[in-house]
Each structure stands twice: as structure tokens, then as C-alpha cells.
Ligand binder design. Sequence first.
Ligand code: AHR
Length: 647
Amino acid sequence: MPHVIRKRIVLKASAILLSTFVPFACGLAQSPAPLTLEIQLDKPLYKVSPTLYGLMTEEINFSYDGGLYAEMVRNRTFGTRSHAQPVHWYLVEKGEGIGSMGIDDASGPSDALPSSLRIDITKADAESPVGVYNDGYWGMALKPDTTYKGSFYAKADSSDLGAVTISLVNDTSGAALATTTAPTPTTEWKPYLFTLKTGKISSSTNNHLVLTVAHPGKLWLDVVSLFPPTFHDRENGNRPDLMEMMSAMHPTFLRLPGGNYLEGDEIADRYDWKNMIGPLVDRPTHPSPWRYQSSDGMGLLEFLEWTEDLNIEPVLAVYAGYSLHGAHINAGPFLKPFVQDAVDEIEFVTGDIRTKWGAVRAQLGHPKPFPLHYVEIGNEDWFDKSGSYETRFTQFDRAIKAQYPELKTIATMPLKQTRPDVQDDHYYLRATESYAHATQYDHTDRSGPKIFVGEWATREGSPTPDLNAALGDAALMTSFERNSDLIIMASYAPLFVNVNPGGMQWESDLIGYDAGSSYGSPSYYAQVLFGKYLGDSVPKTAVQNTPPRFFYSATTDTAKGKMYLKMVNGSSVPQPVALKLSGAARIAAGAVMETLSGNDPAETNTISDPKHLVPVKSTLKESSASFNHTMPAYSIQVIEFSFEKMP
Ligand code: AHR
């Protein structure tokens, strides 16, 4: 099909360069004909898809653990081990105290967590306590006058081990910044809750959590957890800074839970949603394909609550019987349980409380069903060389539609016999490739399925993309908007990266962070601009003498009397544009403009220079119906015009 896009498009860069330099090469240097752009405000062509921009994330680059999911304790269930010792946990022996620690595979607090951490305390007293500490996800961020809520499961070998002292301690000074105690553990596994409140401390990320006792004996621990204040005060919730950054992108949906993370390396490592609901102690954790264990704190309900908190809808990707190392399940009886899991999952999301899985969701504290319109079947199934996708898709599609005829299903690759409602295209490009690709949809055949660009990005810069990438992204987004009769959804990927050493598995991710702060890349700000200024209709436009690396889109919101013009100048020289806005009774003076630009395409933002490039607001003096405008080099500009309709 003409609109099928491979993951990495081979660009005919040489052809583009050649055409750019031909006049000079031939000694015919002359001023190029001026670029003119006319927008016909009274000639709407089609609606902008109301779901055009959304979010896509998965457990990659410590996106949830060590990222959005606000848990501060790393390896809280001691599953990740090195030489039988849990990683990120260390023995504490104060003063004369003596002890040892190790994993006990014979005792755990639940069937899901059959092992735990055992601490043997040989010698301890009040001056010489013994216990363990956790160093968090590259530290633990603490702020002044803040309450941290914690919990753990524990048992002891006798009932006289004494209270457990819990402290937040600064790595450098060794000072305890907050301390509390939990009651003496009993000889049975039980949960214990605690809170830690900081005083007038300085904010920092170099802190750790310590748990100690002051008597000899044996102590077992599991699911040791600590949360800062979360977005909307959700229990087991998300970091407010990252939620706010996503909100500023004006998304309309969240594609969840992946990506490769949906599929897992092996079938057993798929996103098995039934293992990821309910109390944390009942979640076994599982290996993410991005080479670390997922705590599964971001379970299905947490994903859905995240959509609720951002007032957006889930686009639910269901596991479709293919995993990344190549194992697949053929359509037929063996696939049936997986299809049933998907149908149950949809019921968990949308069913009322009289349904089996709706009742489970209600029991977990969310009686209200979540809205759902799109279900994606699998992820990137072109990797399945067995050719089984079409029959697998059909089995899922039929079962889902039989029960939920109103749902639209999304295929992850072109199908031969079946026409899906929507097809998911993915592409990761260099900036030059994005420019080459930015007009492709203008010529795509409209008789195929609608398109969901479920993963896309211009990849320039690491760990987060630079201005060059932002320009490529903006060029692509103009094409999404110009063609939003065809492209109904688009979501950049990956969204998040923990910028600490070892945090990144995939270069160029939209938003970077450490334990305490976060920043948006220039590409992030391009997304913010495109999401913020979006009308509901695409007007007719006419462009003449388009130079290389110039891209535009226009959308109108007639009810509000607004037209949003987005322009991208990816070249190293300023770009004059003769603008004509026709078909309006009046164009108001003083249009608002936001510009994201830099002197060098390699310019970028970092965790230590987070606002190096951000959009700058100004007012356009010339905003009559026809005027000349000059875009700076390497710039993205969005202009919001106010207009009055023709009588
Ligand atoms: O976004 C990173 C990965 O790229 C996704 O997990 C996968 O779907 C794609 O190959």
C-alpha cells in the first residue's frame, strides 16, 4: 500500500543536496522566486481529527520505575540480584553492630512474592543498630517540609526484635533528615505503614532510606516502598512534574502499555495485565524487554488513572500472541486464552460493576468505567516472520467486535485480506529524512484504512533530541495536520528518559529527568506548540515557490474565530514569506506568535540547562490580510490570528 512506511526510510539525501546547489554549481545564482502562502479562511476542507495528538510510553529508559511512577525505593521486592544479594540494598552496621543479609527464597509475604530479604542481626543495641539501606533510583529526591508515605511487609523470628527505625539520610553528611519508627514486627508477615516528614532542609537527590533494629534476631522484609506527594495525591501515583509536562502537550490519548513492553522478549514476559492489578504484594514483577525488571507498580489501573488525571482516553494495546524473540502462537485454539485475556481486559476498562472484570475494577476502588474507543492488536507484528499476524489479528478482531461492536481496532501492519479500521505506522528518522517524509501523506491514497502514527520521532541528539530534531518533528507534524482526514492519531516515542548513567536504552527521548527535576527537549516544546494551537478544521491553502526545508500547516477554529498557522524553516538562512489570509471579514491586529529557534541545529536543553531553547512569545505587528513576514533561520513559528467571518 502506498502509505506503508518502513521504520527507517532510506533518504535520497544526495538528490536533495544537489537540487539545493544547482544554481550555484551552474553559475546561475539569482534570487529565488518569493515564497507565497495563501490561506482561504472561508474554505474548510475537512475536520482536524479530534484525537490527533496523544502520548505513547512504555517501561523503557526507566520511564515508570525511576521515572513517572513516583516510587522512591529501587528493587523494592528484592527480585534483581547479583551474587545472591539484592542490588541497590546495602547492609548497615552502626557502631558495634554486627549483621548480615541475603535473599531467603523460602519465605515471602504472598504467592506472587515467595522470597524476601532476610537480615540476621548478631549484635545490636540502641547505639549500634543494624539494618539495610536503599539508594533509590540514582538517589532519592527530598524537599523541605514534605511528607513521604512509606510501607513495608515484615516478619521477625521472635516478638522481641523491637521497633523498626526508618530514616531518610543524606548521602554526603550522613545526617538523618527525617526519622520515624514502625511497631515491632510479629512472627507472621504483615504490612506496616509509616510517614517521614522533612523539616527545613535543602532540596537534593543525594539521599537514601535506612531501616534498622536495635536488638539481635532475624528480620525479613519485602515490598519496601516510599512515595513523595503524587499528582492529584493518588496512592501509588505519579510524579507531578512529569504529569504537568504531559498535560502541557494537550494530548487526547495515551497508547498503553507499549511498544515492545507489551510483547516482552518471551511470551511469559508479555504485559500480562492480570498480574498487574491489585495490591503491590500480589504483583510478581516481570522482566521488561529493555533489560531491567519492571516493578509492575504501573499496572493496568494505574495506567487508566493516569489517563483520567490528564482527562484523556486510553488507546489499549492488547497482547496478540507474538513476542520479540520470535515465539508466536498460531491462530486457533492455542490463541484462544490470549484472546479471552484481551476481551477481559476491555471489560476491566469499560465494563460496569455488574460485569466480572468491572466488579474487580470497582473492588480496586474505581467503580466508574473508563472511556475506550480504540484497541490495538499487538505491536509491530511485521517482525513476526512466520506470517501469522493476519490470522491472529482476525481472531482477536472478531472476538472483540462480537462483544464490543462499537470499538475500532488497529492493525500493526498492512493486511492482505482484511481491512482494519486503523493501521499503525511507526517511523524513527534523521532530520533530513523527516523533511523528505513531510509531504508523503499529501499524496497518500485515501481508500485504505485510517492511519495512527503510533510511534514516530526525529532522532538527533542524546539523551534528548536537539533543535535539529525539533525542526524535523515540526515538519512532520505539519503533514499530520494537513492530512488529518487520514491521520487520526499520532504519538511521539519514546516520551521519557532518566538521564543518569545507565538510565537510557534508547537515544533521543522527548523528556529527560533525574530523581529531582525534569526538562523538555526542543522537540518537547515543538509538541507543546503543535498541541496547544490546534483548530478543528483544515482550510484550503495555496503555496507557491516552496523552498527546501519550509513546511506549514493551517487549522481554523471558526467558533472561536481563530486561525493557527504553523511554519517551519529548517534552513540556515531567514525565510521571507508573503502571507495572504483571504475569506475573512476582518483580521484582528496583533496576532500572537510563538517562536522556537536557535543559532545552531545542535543546540539543545539538558538537565543542567533545561530552558536553553524554549518558545518565545511575541506579538506580530503586521497582521492584516496580506503582509510579508520573515522567519528566522532554524525556526518553528506558530501564529494565532483572530478573524471575523464573512457575513
Ligand atoms: O519506542 C521504542 C521502541 O521502538 C518500541 O518499544 C517499539 O515498538 C519500537 O520498535
